[in-house]
Each structure stands twice: as structure tokens, then as C-alpha cells.
Design a protein around this ligand. Sequence first.
Ligand code: UD1
Length: 368
Amino acid sequence: MMQPQRVTCVVGARPNFMKVAPVVEELKARGLDVRLVHTGQHYDERMSAVFFDDLGMPRPDAFLQVGSATHAVQTARVMERFDEDCVAFDPQLVLVAGDVNSTLACAIVASKRGVAVGHIEAGLRSRDWAMPEEINRILTDNCSDLLLTPSRDADANLRAEGVPDWRIHRVGNLMIDSLRKHLARAEALDIPAAMGVAPQGYVVATLHRPSNVDEPAQLEALLAALGEVSERLPVLFPIHPRTRARIADAGLSLAPGVRLIEPLGYLQFLGLMAGCKLMLTDSGGIQEETTALGVPCLTLRDNTERPITVDEGTNTLLGAVAGRVVPAVDEILTTGGKQGRIPDRWDGRAAVRVGDLVCGGFRTLLEG
Ligand code: UD1
């Protein structure tokens, strides 16, 4: 049984911060020697630094500064630099989160060094091999000793792939730990008022998936749909740097009711989501956050790796079809939208379960 004393936690890109923050806090509180490594996949103040303040996360002990590059180069850079960090700190457990390039890169490095790997948000599958994140999820799970799953469907995916039960640990949804901890503070900021919109009187949109923003015709059709939605309610559109660049490249313009805003910090975005009438998104995490908040969510993708948000929560998988947006929005405006329930173990105690598991000792792949 492995009972680690030295644990490295890895963050790299925006969706990692809210999943890792509660684990860092919990493991430190239990007296473990925790090192926080930031790969620097996301590096802008608004994509990264602000999250540390908002989440009350300690400054990273190491910042690997890998920056943007092709997938191969970004992954390779993380591997080289993280390998050096592993040699210097000699962790007994490396915890990675989610499905970004940094996640996979660090999982490979640790497993090749014989260090136990724990994957936060293991077991999710979109079954869409064209998504870089799906490749990252499957390969990361393959080399992880601890598969820390958020929901029952994730356990079932792993079992169907032949993963033995002893590797699967349903700890619950760590991102929802952060949401519950910070929601009151986020709401106290009164972000809708600061943005000049009425509570429940606006729509929030986010788009950044390559499949939606890299093809100019698809991007144009989606922006036109947002324009039509804005004839009903104002649309606030915090814009990912990738999307901003694609809009500029394609020379597209936006309807006057669609307000482009800079990427928001964690608390500001949470406050904005909590007060909106509905979300339109292609993000992964927002599907879960809206389910936890009880806010209707229309997901502009053909598949989701988070089906529990559709089966139990407030999410509707619309498909990446611009023509479906306005009818779906009108239906929500008429009916109030889906009334979901909160999935099991999305209760704010996922980090405690991770702490119990890590400190209680666990079997590793090396032990077999
Ligand atoms: C990455 C993740 C994706 C996640 C998303 C959230 C992978 C494969 N993808 O996609 O799963 O949903 O983050 O944001 O890991 N850029 C900046 N500033 C930054 C970061 C990026 O301007 O701080 C620009 C880069 O120059 C690049 C683009 O944004 O042109 C894309 O960044 P990248 O990290 O490659 O992937 P994302 O599309 O953000």
C-alpha cells in the first residue's frame, strides 16, 4: 500500500484551477508535503493568475512557462520541464486534473518515473476521438493508479474498458467543492448590476471549441444565432483568446445586443452564471456548474463527456447546429427550462474523500 508524504499537484489551464484548489487545501491541512506546479499552458492574467486569488490557492511552487504551441510541442515541453521538477522534488504521488494537454503530459512523466498518478475527473468519455481532450482523457486514465471519478457514468465507462474496481474511486465532483465554497462570495459581488443587466434578464454565452470556432462558416452561423437571441435578452459573451483571434481572422462582426467581454475571473464568472436566465456554451465544466446552480444550459456540441448533466441536471445537448439555438432559447423563455437535480457526491465533500483515500493508503499499478 502506498501512503504518500510528498504529493505534487499539477495545474496548467483554466479548467484545472477550480478542481485542484480544494485538493491542495485538504492535503495541506492533513500535513502532507504538497507541491503545486503550474505548467503555464494558460498564462494570461485573465486566464490564469486571477484564479489563484479568487480560489485562495497558494502561489505555485514552480511555474514551467510552456506557453502556447502545437499540441505536440506543448505536450513535449511540459514533459521535459515536469520531468526535471519530479527529479528535484521526488514526489510519491502526482495528481493531475481534467483533460488538457498538461494533464496527459504530467501523467506520462510520473508513470515512467514509477511515481503513482491520481487523475481527478477520471472516466469521462465523449466518444469523439476528434476531440484532443478525449485523447488526453483516455491516455491519462490508462496510466493513472487512482482514477478519481466524479459520477456513476464515469465508473461505468472505466469498467467497460476493463479497468479493475480497485483503481476506481468515486470521490465526487471537485469543481463543485469550489463552487459551493465560493458561491456566496461570488453572488455578493452583484456582477449582473455591475454589468448593467437585471438578474434573470440576460443570457451568458461562451464558445472556444476548435470544432465551433476554427471553421469560419460555423463561427459565423453561431454568432448570427447569438444575434437573434439578443433580440430577446442581452447576451454577455466573455471571450476566450482563441475565439477572439478567430473572429478577427474571419473579419466577423457581432449584433449590437451581443456584448463581448474579456475572460472573467472565477468569482465574477460564477456570479454571472448564477444570475443568468440561461447559458449557451461548448465548454465542459460549465455544463456541470449550471447543473449545480440549477441554471438551464444549452450545449452547442454533438456529444458530451458529462451525460449526467443531461440525464439528471439542467443541460440540453443541442448539437453544434446554429439553427437550433433560437427555438431552444424560446422554449426556455416560455417554460423556464429543465428542472434538474444535483447528482450524487456533488456535495462539496469530494476533496475530503480524496484526502481519506490518499492518507488511508492505496494500491498502485506497480504493486499490480
Ligand atoms: C485548452 C484545453 C481545453 C480547455 C481550454 C479552456 C487542451 C487540448 N485544450 O484549450 O480542453 O477547455 O483550454 O480554456 O489542452 N491563449 C492566450 N492566453 C492564454 C492561453 C491561451 O492567448 O493564457 C491563446 C493561445 O495563444 C492559443 C489559444 O489561446 O492561440 C489556445 O490556447 P491552448 O492552451 O492551446 O488551448 P485552448 O483552446 O485554450
